[in-house]
Write a new protein. Structure first.
Lengths: 340, 390
């Protein structure tokens, strides 16, 4: 019974947490204006997109809010820059954002493909700002103003760094009176000016993921930055090479001694006497002896002429079998059993 | 038809076709860079045939340079860098580092490690000479190469063509042609690059040092060497596995005595086939358009320096090592150069130098120890570079 009650309380708390207050934690996190090879929408089309990020630790429902853009060179009847808004439908479970979650809206332009497809595009006319309005369509939740010299590059996005910072807390605060006195452009620009984090061109385009990724620097470049002269690398590498070859040296030094001892003992056994263990000179030759043997072999070989005479004799050899048809040639020899 | 002929269409047709044909000929596409590279190819062939300098390598490489530098119009699917061309398929083995391990298999099956096993302290010379690799790495960084490129250039100092190709294919594929050509060229030029350094670093007395003759090696030791060698080296530097694994496998095939046919294949037909393919494709990869750059020239300069540094390192290390050795056990510093893995050219240089100062002092077998240790050492060094920079 207690558990049941606890469940009811928890559900109520969760529901309460998805309040309108929580939506202030949502910010426009990343925008891709020209999408050539980046993600595709549910229809397999490359569309420009806007990513929202819930910076808070509670669930948020975006339903009822407005996602809008401000055109850079189109104006309304009051002389303000024209704003086009997309109403995010209510009562759609998919508009709920998990804590620290992301939602991507495709700027497709027709408003007929689903909740996450806006009625505006980013590429048709120059846009200078993306805005998220709350349910009244006037109060700003988040803005992302493009830098003045910004020229969209295919598949390179613009985004906000400062992952953990809750944007609602760094917003400039204006009273209702102040807002009423300001024109729409003045208000939006004032909000954009007051933001702590300005949008910047991201190193990596990261839809539905944090913008704070490690820059894609090659491993060798990281190594070079840490060791610009190469001295540390040389030192480490030479040490490893030495270590490896010294390890083999030590093993074979010991192994060699064991083998020499064994050979000597064997020889001694054959001779019927006990030989000293460390006698290594019994079977070795001096350099002169080796040279003399090599010279004798060379002279012998040079004495056996390859071109002995100019008469060629061909002996016909009849073979019943050849390696192609004889199984005999393919058979492995029977190992000889050595008897003592 | 008559109308076609009368309107001059036929002659125009022929003229167009001849013009089109002319545009695809080598004459129409030739540039001075092509001519330079063709001359380099001819020079390599000349060195290989006339002076017998590494003919097994320089002749296929030289001919490969000719093949790679016949001018042609792009898009004919004949160039080594054009996908779908036959040369491109053959080049796959170089680009993906397949040929070098196969060559190492053959080298293993041909190499006799007895000299090294009988006197394992020579192993350390093979390590000291790798100073050439890392010296060249430092120099390359100083000249503004990236760390990966510097590593690939440095490996030239190991004097090991297959290792150089293997490493550069992974660290700096764009520079592989230049690095491979430099490595093989300098291997052929070992008799020119090393003697003056050896003379400079040694005293007349040191050159006369006689070394203890090597002890006879049992079959068991020869069998154990590749197994222990593999386990020790690859546990320390696993990234050297493709090269070291094949090297020691080839050697085990040779020494086990029960796989003579496999050893014969690895050390004969297999290595011959791969040598032809690697020589041809590396040569052909030096297309003038990609090869004749300032970077390539720098590779050649630093490559030569790396050989010199390596020789210095080897000879000076032996002198240093001798300080700790008893009289009678000392090592002749003239074998210090042999730590580069140009087998057996570097060892031959030691032999020639030794005989020059004492006609009865044969250093060949002693020099073979560091020489084969150099093969292991350069493969280990390549593994380290790959591990750090790859």
């Amino acid at each position: 019974m207690r558990k049941f009650l606890l469940g009811i309380v928890m559900t109520a708390l969760c529901g309460f947490s998805m309040s309108a207050q929580g939506v202030l934690n949502v910010r426009i996190n990343e925008v891709l204006v020209i999408n050539e090879d980046n993600i595709v929408d549910d229809y397999g089309v490359h569309e420009s997109w806007i990513e929202l990020f819930n910076t808070g630790y509670e669930r948020v429902d975006l339903g009822g809010c407005y996602l809008g853009i401000r055109y850079a060179d189109r104006y309304d009847s009051d002389g303000n820059k024209l704003i086009k808004k997309y109403y995010i439908p209510r009562n759609d479970p998919s508009t709920q954002m998990a804590p620290l979650g992301y939602k991507v809206f495709f700027c497709e332009g027709t408003d007929t493909k689903g909740t996450f497809y806006t009625n505006f595009t980013l590429g048709e006319y120059p846009v200078d700002m993306v805005i998220l309005f709350n349910a009244n369509g006037k109060d700003v939740i988040s803005v992302l103003r493009f830098p003045e010299d910004y020229v969209p590059v295919p598949d390179v996005s613009l985004g906000i760094m400062g992952h953990e910072e809750i944007e609602s807390k760094i917003f400039p605060t204006f009273s209702r009176k102040q807002i009423r006195r300001m024109s729409s452009d003045e208000y939006l620009d004032a909000v954009a000016d007051g933001l702590k984090y300005k949008p910047e061109v991201l190193v990596k385009t990261t839809p539905s993921a944090t913008n704070e990724v490690a820059p894609d620097v090659a491993r060798h470049e990281i190594f070079r930055r840490q060791d610009p002269s190469g001295g540390i690398m040389a030192l480490i590498a030479m040490s490893v090479v030495f270590l490896t070859l010294i390890a083999i040296f030590v093993v074979f030094k010991i192994f060699g001694k064991v083998m020499v001892g064994r050979t000597n003992r064997k020889e001694a056994r054959h001779k019927g006497e006990v030989a000293p263990v460390r006698n290594t000179k019994s079977t070795s030759y001096t350099g002169e002896e080796v040279a003399a043997i090599a010279l004798a072999l060379q002279m012998y070989k040079s004495d056996v002429h390859v071109e002995e005479s100019t008469v060629i004799t061909i002996n016909r050899a009849s073979r019943m079998y050849s390696p192609w048809n004889s199984k005999l040639y393919g058979m492995t020899e029977m190992p000889e059993r050595r008897r003592r | 038809m008559m109308m076609f002929l009368q309107s001059g269409g036929f002659s125009a047709f022929i003229e167009d076709n001849i013009q089109e044909f002319w545009h695809i000929t080598g004459f129409a596409n030739a540039t001075w860079e092509h001519i330079v590279m063709l001359a380099v190819g001819l020079f390599f062939i000349y060195l290989g045939i006339r002076h017998k300098m590494e003919p097994m390598l320089l002749v296929p490489i030289g001919f490969g340079i000719l093949i790679g530098n016949i001018p042609f119009a792009d898009g004919m699917e004949i160039g080594i860098y054009e996908e779908g061309s036959v040369l491109n398929y053959l080049y796959f083995g170089v680009k993906n580092g397949i040929y070098p391990p196969l060559i190492f298999l053959g080298i293993g099956a041909m190499t006799d490690f007895s000299a090294l096993i009988s006197n394992p302290k020579l192993m350390t010379i093979g390590a000291a000479v790798q100073l050439g690799i890392f010296g060249a790495y430092i120099v390359s960084l100083a000249f503004g190469f990236t760390a990966a490129e510097a590593g690939a250039i440095g490996i030239i100092g190991g004097a090991d063509g297959p290792t150089a190709i293997f490493l550069s294919s992974r660290l700096a594929p764009d520079m592989m042609g230049a690095i491979a050509i430099a490595a093989y060229s300098y291997m052929a030029l070992v008799p020119v690059l090393q003697p003056w350094v050896m003379k400079l670093c040694t005293t007349p007395k040191e050159r006369l040092i006689r070394m203890k003759p090597p002890r006879p090696i049992s079959q068991s030791e020869k069998i154990m060497f590749p197994i222990i060698g593999l386990l020790l080296t690859c546990f320390i530097v696993p990234s050297g596995l493709p090269l070291l694994g094949m090297l020691f496998l080839g050697n085990l095939l040779k020494e086990s005595g029960v796989t003579k046919r496999l050893a014969a294949t690895a050390s004969g037909p297999l290595i011959d086939i791969v040598t032809i393919l690697i020589g041809l494709t590396v040569g052909a990869s030096t297309q003038a358009t990609t090869f004749l750059t300032e970077k390539s020239l720098m590779v050649f300069v630093i490559g030569a320096a790396s050989f010199v540094i390596a020789t210095f390192g080897g000879v000076l290390f032996v002198k240093f090592f001798n300080l700790f050795l008893k009289e009678g056990n000392k090592i002749n510093p003239l074998i210090g150069n042999a730590g580069v893995s140009a087998v057996p050219h570097a060892a031959r240089v030691s032999q020639d130098m030794g005989l020059k100062y004492d006609r009865t002092n044969h250093l060949l077998m002693h020099a073979m120890g560091p020489n084969v240790a150099g093969v292991i050492g350069s493969a280990v060094a390549a593994g380290i570079l790959l591990g750090f920079l790859g």
